[in-house]
Ligand binder design. Structure first.
Ligand SMILES: Nc1ncnc2c1ncn2[C@@H]1O[C@H](COP(=O)(O)OP(=O)(O)O)[C@@H](O)[C@H]1O
Ligand SMILES: [Mg+2]
Length: 264
């Protein structure tokens, strides 16, 4: 496995054939949807692929107040004058770059209306306010992510939207790959990362019962970073694993018990 990160290319360890799929989608001008739990590498993957393809990347973290105008742009008052300012989606379309809508289901409904003409053969962005109709150039690509784990009906992606995207599922990597990723990111030697990854396997098997979601690779990296900096295992796991995963004292105790069977 080649684990060398270069300054220009954010480190990303592929877990399947997702890099090929991204490149093929890009070459064919097709939008791509990344599905998977939080902290499993979706954002890093997009950053890596954008750098690899040499494309500007516009990332938008979607939230429940995010509107179409936030993506497209708006008129702003500047020194007594009203000027049009492009939003990140418009900029990506104009430049033929990559626009990444992180957690796209969180955004307001008017956002999907904007995405539809962009994600079919029209590849068009309508800017109602200015009357402009931009046809996306060849290099433009739309990427979105969403977490199917949240069982909120209102937070599901409608079939009319999802059927416009190629899709790929992300999941936590195999232990071998996850050890390599956590070690690379934290600087903690692989031998000390291995029990952390084993712990993660047990915690993920519990998720859905007492835990809403299993522990993410991101949290493992936090724990390993604390340990690499000299913090003791107990304190590091308390701050990076137990507290972030739950507010329930019972669940916290169950996690502590699990930890003592592994580190015992
Ligand atoms: N396959 C991977 N290769 C490299 N780093 C990874 C990988 N998976 C997870 N990471 C690490 O985990 C962190 C969280 O991943 P991120 O891409 O932000 O997750 P997501 O967007 O899925 O919530 C990243 O900052 C990176 O350090
Ligand atoms: Mg992300």
């Amino acid at each position: 496995m080649n684990m060398q990160a270069t300054p220009q290319l954010p480190f990303y360890q592929a877990t399947a054939r997702e890099c090929d799929l991204f490149e093929t989608a890009y070459e064919n001008g097709l939008p791509l949807l990344l599905k998977g739990p939080t902290g499993c590498g979706k954002t890093r993957f997009v950053e890596h692929m954008a750098a690899k393809l040499g494309k500007p990347l516009y990332t938008v973290a979607c939230h429940d107040d995010l509107s179409a105008a936030d993506l497209i742009g708006r008129y702003l008052l500047k020194g007594g004058e009203t000027v049009w300012v492009d939003g990140p989606l418009t900029r990506a379309v104009r430049e033929g770059g990559i626009c990444y809508l992180d957690e796209v289901v969180e955004a307001r409904k008017d956002v999907t209306v904007v995405l539809h003409p962009l994600t079919d053969t029209r590849r068009t962005l309508m800017i109602d306010r200015t009357g402009e109709e931009l046809v996306a150039p060849k290099g433009f690509m739309l990427v979105a992510s969403y977490n199917p784990g949240y069982q909120n009906v209102l937070k599901r992606l409608k079939p009319s939207t999802r059927q416009r995207f190629l899709s790929v599922s992300f999941d936590f990597p195999t232990p071998e790959i996850e050890i390599a990723v956590v070690s690379q990111e934290s600087g903690l030697e692989a031998g000390r990362v291995a029990p952390l990854v084993r712990l993660a396997g047990h915690i993920r098997a519990l998720s859905g019962m007492d835990l809403e979601e299993g522990v993410s690779t991101r949290l493992l990296i936090y724990a390993a970073t604390l340990m690499a900096g000299g913090m003791g295992v107990d304190q590091a796991l308390e701050a990076a694993i137990i507290e972030p995963l739950s507010d329930e004292p019972d669940v916290g105790q169950a996690l502590r018990d699990l930890i003592s069977t592994i580190y015992g």
